[in-house]
Structure formats: structure tokens, C-alpha cells
Design a protein around this ligand. Structure first.
Ligand SMILES: CC(C)(COP(=O)(O)OP(=O)(O)OC[C@H]1O[C@@H](n2cnc3c(N)ncnc32)[C@H](O)[C@@H]1OP(=O)(O)O)[C@@H](O)C(=O)NCCC(=O)NCCS
Length: 256
């Protein structure tokens, strides 16, 4: 039984890898995928994923147990990017959900947990991933800071989002949702103490202020839907606010 499960696991990984590489050849995807290779995550990648995760999220970082659980429960929905030296430079975690569940959860939940925690099964996806779900839900996107420690912005995030879009299309899923953080909000409030979240969002959408996460997703073609309070309760830079975003694949979503 165990051998069969292992075999199936590797078959699904190979199938997704095949589809991703095939998608990379498609004329419709004009992004430069030569610099980074995207492939499904396997449990052997755990140590490198943890380095990327801890470096980016620090005290908010997912534990090894959460990263393992995501890979075991929905292996084909976990993607990583490698550079030419085979080093892991970023990764993206997804799960499937019923679209209606996202809205119901955001409207009704008032408990101790934050919204991201409820929608992601506290990051384990064991209680949240729904194989019959009609949409993909991005629960984490993290890229590595360049070697000189200066910055990200090496196109890794864009390549990962494009790969998730290709993956969703292969599954006949037409929407990818995310509950993104708003980690430029704290800095904005320091400069504009009388402002509120709505003014912040307007400033980001109009391009007057750059939010590291939301500006990135807007550039990739996501639509901003609504601000969410108590999105990630320990995310101080966001003052716990987040934004529900959606990549609608029935429209063109290429931001570049
Ligand atoms: C958000 C994140 C995934 C973006 O990945 P990335 O590899 O840096 O993004 P890319 O290089 O593909 O950026 C593509 C575009 O997004 C926008 N962007 C990226 N980083 C940005 C930033 N810090 N501020 C504003 N816009 C940004 C830019 O428009 C950029 O295009 P440009 O360089 O031509 O201006 C990355 O910064 C990260 O891992 N952050 C820490 C973890 C995190 O907060 N994740 C939350 C994601 S919801």
C-alpha cells in the first residue's frame, strides 16, 4: 500500500512537472523562464524551503511541520523556483477551496484565530484543502533575497505566479485567490497618521505608495477585492490587515 502511494505521489509530481515545462514552451507565456526553473516541491527540499521561509518571515515563518503537511496533502499545488545552480530561490504554496467558502469564512469568522489561519487550517491545509474546490487559494509566496543582501525583485515571484496560473489552467480552475499581507501599511501610517486602510489601499492602487506584497500582485494582474482586518494577527508591519485578491484567469492576467 505504501509503495503504491509513493508511486502515485511520484507520478503526480512527474505529471505536474511535465505540464509546467510544457507550459513554459507555450507561445502565450512570454515571460523569461530561462533564468529560473519551476518544479513541484518534494519532501527532500524541506531544508532549503525552511531557509527561504525563515529568512523572509522570521517570527511569522511556517514550521517544518506545516511545510511537510502542505506537500503531503496537495503535492502538485506546491511549487518552487531554482536558479541555474539548483539553489531554491523561492516557493509558492496553494490549496483548493470552494469559492463560496472563502466569502462565508471572511464574513462569519470572529474567533481567536485570524482569517488566514482559518482559511489555511492554521497553515497545515489538512482541515482546509478541498480536493473538489473550484478555485486555487495561494497561502504563501516567498522569494529569496539576493546574495548581496540588497533586494528581491529578481522576477522570481512573477515566474512562480505565472507557473501557478499555468497549473490552475491545466486543472480547469479559473480563479486563484490570495489573502495577501499589506506590509507597507505601518510605514504609510507613520507618514500619514490620520489616514486609514481605505486611503492606504487607494494610494497603492493609484501607484502613489508601493506595498511590497499588494503592488507585486497588482503588477502580476491580480484584482484587489476587499481589505480584511485580522488577516494575520501577528503581522505587525500590516497592522494585521490583509487584502483579498483574485487572479481571474478568464481575463488576461499577465501583468508584464
Ligand atoms: C512579495 C514577493 C513574493 C515578491 O517576489 P519578487 O521575486 O521580489 O518579485 P518580482 O521580482 O517577481 O517582482 C515583480 C514586480 O512586482 C513588484 N514588486 C516586487 N517587489 C516589490 C516591492 N518590494 N515593492 C513594490 N513592488 C514590488 C514590482 O512591480 C516588480 O516589478 P519591477 O521590479 O519591474 O518594478 C517577495 O518580495 C517576498 O518574498 N516577500 C517576503 C514574503 C512575503 O511578504 N510574501 C507575501 C506575498 S503575499
Amino acid at each position: 500500500m505504501r509503495a503504491v502511494r509513493t508511486f502515485c505521489f511520484f507520478c503526480s509530481l512527474l505529471a505536474v512537472a511535465g505540464s509546467l515545462f510544457a507550459a513554459a514552451d507555450c507561445a502565450e507565456d512570454l515571460r523569461d523562464l530561462t533564468q529560473f526553473v519551476v518544479r513541484p516541491v518534494s519532501l527532500g527540499d524541506l531544508a532549503e524551503l525552511l531557509i527561504v521561509e525563515n529568512e523572509a518571515w522570521q517570527e511569522l515563518a511556517a514550521t517544518a511541520g506545516k511545510l511537510i503537511s502542505r506537500t503531503e496533502i496537495f503535492p502538485e499545488g506546491q511549487l518552487l523556483a531554482m536558479d541555474s545552480t539548483q539553489k531554491v530561490v523561492g516557493f509558492l504554496n496553494t490549496q483548493r477551496l470552494k469559492e463560496q467558502r472563502i466569502y462565508e469564512s471572511l464574513e462569519s469568522h470572529t474567533g481567536d484565530s485570524d482569517h488566514w489561519g482559518v482559511l489555511s487550517g492554521d497553515g497545515f491545509i489538512s482541515s482546509s484543502h478541498d480536493p473538489q474546490g473550484d478555485v486555487l487559494f495561494m497561502i504563501n509566496l516567498t522569494t529569496r533575497i539576493s546574495k548581496d543582501g540588497q533586494s528581491r525583485r529578481r522576477n522570481i515571484g512573477a515566474v512562480l505566479v505565472q507557473s501557478a496560473i499555468d497549473f490552475a489552467r491545466k486543472m480547469n480552475v479559473s480563479k486563484i485567490y490570495g489573502l495577501t499581507r499589506l506590509n507597507g501599511f505601518r510605514g504609510f501610517m507613520r507618514e500619514h497618521p490620520a489616514a486609514d486602510i481605505h486611503e492606504y489601499i487607494r494610494s497603492v492602487i493609484n501607484g502613489r505608495w508601493r506595498d511590497p506584497a499588494l503592488s507585486f500582485h497588482l503588477k502580476q494582474g491580480a484584482r484587489f477585492l476587499t481589505p480584511v482586518f485580522n488577516s494575520m494577527k501577528d503581522d505587525i508591519e500590516s497592522h494585521t490587515w490583509g487584502a483579498l485578491i483574485c487572479y481571474d484567469l478568464t481575463n488576461s492576467v499577465s501583468g508584464r
